[in-house]
Design a protein around this ligand. Structure first.
Ligand SMILES: [Zn+2]
Length: 213
């Protein structure tokens, strides 16, 4: 087990989860992640070695671990107080831009009849505002896409930075989710984690997972 604990998830009964780092191994079902906004709903366990493309999984299958692989992107784990479902979301800058977290909340409400106010969402270790520097072009696109989110953007003479954790937090709040926790660890600053920006490897990532008993 890793040390990156969520207070909110740890107190929910019948949930097992962790946010992984370089040392963590996990046996969990993961999607073929493509930096898009497709939400996959699983109502039965997929056959072994089945490949499904997408960046968000939600399921109510018991004793079935779902995972998300990241190296700077945001892993977001979801459930509710009665652990009636679990979700694992991969939100990098593209997923954030396309608001994959909002699409996930909508699908949870429709498919599992869980109201946003009852959802618990935890944003795990990922690149933080200290390190997510972007070029002028991307910065402009984000500011236009999120016109009310001034506090998520830092524009100095030398650099432009975006706070992806905060954008996802504000999106969750806008959706009516009240139980939100953000783990502050930055994957680029903290050498315990793989970081795409720091290591430049597309093949190294940590896994985070969740399941309901
Ligand atoms: Zn950092």
């Amino acid at each position: 087990m890793s040390n990156y604990k969520s207070e909110k998830l740890s107190r929910i009964k019948n949930i097992n989860y962790f946010f992984g780092d370089k040392k963590t191994k996990a046996d969990a079902f993961t999607l073929n992640q493509v930096h898009g906004d497709n939400v996959v709903i699983l109502d039965k366990a997929p056959e072994a070695n089945m490949q499904i493309s997408g960046d968000s999984i939600i399921t109510n299958i018991e004793n079935f671990s779902i995972g998300v692989k990241t190296a700077d992107c945001l892993p977001i784990l979801l459930t509710d107080e009665s652990s009636s479902f679990v979700g694992a979301v991969h939100a990098g800058w593209r997923g954030t831009f396309y608001k994959i977290i909002c699409k996930t909340i909508d699908k949870i409400e429709v498919n599992f009849k869980v109201k946003p106010k009852d959802i618990v969402a935890v944003i795990g270790p990922s690149i933080a505002d200290c390190c997510f520097e972007v070029n002028e072009d991307l910065y402009k696109k984000f500011v236009e896409n999120f016109p009310d989110f001034n506090s998520c953007f830092l524009d100095t003479e030398s650099q432009k930075r975006i706070d992806l954790k905060k954008i996802n937090t504000l999106l969750l709040e806008k959706k009516g989710v009240r139980e939100i926790e953000v783990l502050s660890e930055c994957t680029k600053c903290n050498l315990n984690f793989y970081s795409y920006r720091r290591d430049k490897s597309k093949f190294q990532n940590q896994i985070s997972k969740i399941n309901r008993n």
